[in-house]
Design a protein around this ligand. Structure first.
Ligand code: GLY
Length: 396
């Protein structure tokens, strides 16, 4: 298996040396990381003295930032941690610590499900790279806060407290991304109930969130008495029955990650099903960057979503290590195709432009006309994660 992996990567490296063939992959990854670091340092300097602020996007030529309460607050610190992992630049480390500290209060947040995103990307990566024991305590507290949102009668973590006058207990597919914090905390505290909650959430999502073709609804609302779904809808997608692109990537990443933590074959099979739905979708563009919704009309006027591609590339690289033979190669090759596109001038902004975000052309929330064709802090984060994973494979 490892031999096959290496030979494919070696082939890709050599293919890059002939004529006008693509740039060798190791060179492309290293250059992309250098550019990303220069851009991220400019962004870090811009917000350094804006107490408590975290970069979010750049829209219509204006910086968009948030405090730690916004679901995206952990991504910029996480981006800095990945850059530090690759280059060990002390200036990046200093900024990574500074911006991570800005998210600290979220360890006590109990009014939404995004605590996993906020804390695991920031403090989780910080702990992994520094071993700082204060970071460990923040993560354990955060997991306990997240666990307050689990209702045993429903068997899932509630995503949002607002109901839009129709949802009794809304759970969005994005919530699969918050489970890793619980899995980590169970292993690091010995409290197995946290793991049971995460697995229950993944099991019920598997049962109710997916359509026969492997795509997922965005929002499933559960009846709080019966614990059964009473509504299946969208919030950020084209329609209730469409396949919102980032949601599909969250599902792919979430089940791949849960397989890593549990070894449960049902999670692996679900990740494979989602991957095949995406890779074989007739609306998937050749360059690997999805339109903002798989059911949006394919064409040059329809916005793409670089974040959906970056999350997917990172997940596919991990999934390729859990699968075998041709399928594993297909997943890895597709991720590499996506990374090549993201690293090209079509998606990577020149240093100093794009509000100092790395990637262009993300779509935040199309139906609300919010962050459309814009940089997104989470697109940058998962792109850095994908580059880091690919670099790890190339140097294995
Ligand atoms: N989790 C919110 C989003 O993906 O837009």
């Amino acid at each position: 298996m490892k031999k096959i992996t290496l030979s494919v990567l070696t082939l890709l490296l050599f293919v890059g040396c002939a004529g006008d063939a693509p740039q060798p992959l190791n060179e492309l990854v290293d250059e992309a990381l250098v550019r990303a670091e220069r851009q991220a340092l400019l962004l870090a300097a811009k917000y350094r003295d804006q107490d408590g602020r975290l970069p979010q996007s750049w829209e219509h030529g204006e910086d968009v930032s948030s405090d730690s309460r916004w679901w995206c607050s952990g991504f910029f610190p996480g981006t800095l941690w990945y850059l530090y992992e690759n280059n060990r630049n002390p200036e990046v480390l200093e900024y990574a610590r500074l911006y991570t500290a800005r998210v600290e209060r979220e360890q006590f947040t109990t009014d939404n499900h995004d605590v996993g995103f906020m804390l695991f990307c920031s403090f989780g990566n910080g702990l992994r790279l520094t071993g700082d024991s204060t970071y460990r305590q923040v993560l354990l507290n955060g997991a306990r806060s997240l666990a307050t949102r689990f209702r045993p009668e429903v068997g899932l973590i509630r995503s949002w407290d607002h109901s839009r006058e129709k949802w009794q207990y809304p759970v969005i597919i994005d919530n699969m991304m918050n489970l890793e914090l619980l899995m980590w905390a169970a292993e690091n505290s010995g409290d197995s109930t946290l793991r049971e909650m995460a697995c229950s959430h993944a099991d019920k999502t598997l049962e109710h969130h997916f359509r026969p073709d492997g795509s997922s609804w965005h929002v499933v609302s559960y009846d709080t008495l019966s614990g059964k779904p009473h509504l299946k809808q969208t919030h950020q997608g084209l329609s209730d029955d469409s396949a919102w692109s980032r949601g599909q990537s969250w599902g792919l990443y979430g089940y791949t990650c849960m397989y890593r933590w549990t070894g449960d074959d049902r999670y692996l099979q679900q990740a494979r099903r989602i991957a095949h739905f995406l890779l074989e979708h007739p609306n998937m563009p050749d360059d690997g960057i999805p339109y903002w919704d798989y059911d949006a009309p394919a064409g040059p006027e329809t916005p793409r979503d670089a974040s959906a591609a970056a999350i997917m590339a990172s997940a596919l690289l991990e999934l390729s290590g859990f699968t075998q033979g041709e399928e594993s190669q297909t997943f890895r090759d597709f991720a590499i195709r996506q990374i090549r596109t993201l690293a090209s001038p079509e998606y990577t902004a020149p240093v100093g432009e794009n509000g100092n975000f790395i990637l262009m052309h993300g779509t935040g929330a199309y139906p609300f006309d919010s962050e459309v064709d814009a940089p997104l802090t989470y697109a940058d984060y998962y792109y850095l994660e994908a580059l880091t994973r690919l670099r790890g494979l190339l140097h294995a």
